[in-house]
Write a protein that binds this ligand. Structure first.
Ligand SMILES: *Cc1c(COP(=O)(O)O)cnc(C)c1O
Length: 366
């Protein structure tokens, strides 16, 4: 299947992001009539056989993609990553306890703010004074004496930085990761993590569901009574349907898992992503016209942030790129400049097209 059907443009959106063409075609058909049931996926009950199968396959395929063992629960929740910012301390932080955070950008700052509702956050690292240009090395993480967990953001969607290792925590301290913008972009050693969460809309599907992978022993930790909708334990016990779940997004996420498996799994996906990013970073490095704020060792393979010599020229870049069939290249409002988000489903040819355009633009404006 070609990645550039003529009525679709190149979508560099940071989220909701581009979906695989094969998935969208399947969705088109299943919206009308799924599995010969005479009804579309959005019209089925969340207790119906059709959804039982969709959900069972989504769980199984997620486990296959992430190589996730029986000692972990897979949950489909709602409220996005933003809800996880308070669900995590609510479920894991004892009254008056401390949790450690690596502050590497906007989302990390938001998550630390919500922790204060339940206890005391400790910044194991704070990149604010260095403009969030890099993620910390293991040695730069300064843990508190007895944290309930350590939270980090594996990929900083806005700053364009990414960890290229999994941090180690002091013995017995669960590792908690906001993996919103790079989940399943590379192989995962699940055994290193206590909890991983990701809103679906960057690398997994449409907005509306949040994937949570949690080590089973942590389900028992809840230090306080919680509403059922806030409890990991309740979601686990009720197979992620304590109420009417977002059937449609969960179904699409299930198709994306199948698509990843069909590509050959996360090893192949990782190679594709590395090759895609290299095309663009090589072009940026070969030019004095474009600059990238992210430190070389912390560069994100998902969100590539760059700018031209001036905000006025950035504006021209965005307008001309749009004319050339490339949309959503505008950087986050807090950083300005450009950001090319090239999630799993973004086609490799699209990266080549962007680089061609960048070269021509530099020739005309450099
Ligand atoms: C997009 C994003 C979020 C916010 O996700 P919501 O689903 O809108 O709550 C949080 N963290 C990171 C790293 C993100 O990229």
């Amino acid at each position: 299947m070609t990645a550039t059907a003529t009525d679709r443009i190149l979508n560099f959106s940071a989220g909701p992001g581009v979906l695989p063409e094969d998935v969208l075609r399947q969705v088109q058909s299943d919206i009308w009539n799924i599995d010969g049931s005479g009804m579309g996926i959005m019209e089925h009950s969340h207790r119906a056989k059709v959804y039982d199968k969709v959900l069972a396959e989504a769980f199984a395929d997620c486990r296959a993609v992430g190589n996730i063992g029986d000692d972990y629960e897979v949950l489909f929740m709602t409220g996005g990553a933003t809800a996880q910012n308070h669900l995590i301390p609510a479920n894991l932080l004892p009254e008056g306890g401390t949790a450690d955070y690596a502050v590497t950008g906007y989302w990390a700052k938001k998550t630390i703010a919500e922790c204060k509702l339940y206890g005391t956050p400790h910044a194991a690292f704070d990149g604010e004074s260095t403009n969030f240009e890099f993620v910390p090395s293991q040695d730069e993480l300064k843990f508190s004496a007895n944290p309930a967990y350590f939270h980090y953001t594996s990929n900083n969607t806005i700053r364009g930085t990414q960890y290229h290792y999994v941090p180690e925590t002091p013995a017995g301290v669960p590792l908690v990761c906001d993996m919103c913008s790079d989940i399943f972009s590379r192989p995962l050693d699940i055994s290193k993590f206590g909890l991983i969460y990701a809103g679906a809309q960057k690398n997994l599907g449409p907005a509306g569901t949040t994937l949570v992978i949690i080590r089973k022993d942590l389900l028992e930790r809840s230090p306080r009574p919680l509403p059922g909708m806030m409890s990991y334990k309740v979601f686990a016990a009720k197979e992620s349907r304590p109420n009417t779940p977002p059937v449609f997004p969960i179904y699409v996420v299930g198709l994306v898992f199948k698509w990843i498996l069909k590509q050959g799994g996360l090893g192949v996906i990782e190679q594709q992503n590395a090759a895609k990013a290299k095309v663009i970073y090589d072009a940026l490095d070969a030019s004095d016209f474009y600059t990238t704020p992210a430190r070389t060792d912390s560069r994100s393979l998902m969100n590539l942030v760059f700018r031209t010599p001036s905000p006025e020229t950035d504006k021209k870049f965005l307008a001309e790129a749009f004319e050339a069939g490339m949309d959503n290249l505008k950087g986050h409002r807090s950083t300005g400049g450009m950001r090319a988000s090239i999630y799993n489903a973004f086609p490799a040819e699209g990266c080549e097209t962007l680089v061609q355009f960048m070269r021509e633009f530099e020739r005309r404006h450099g």
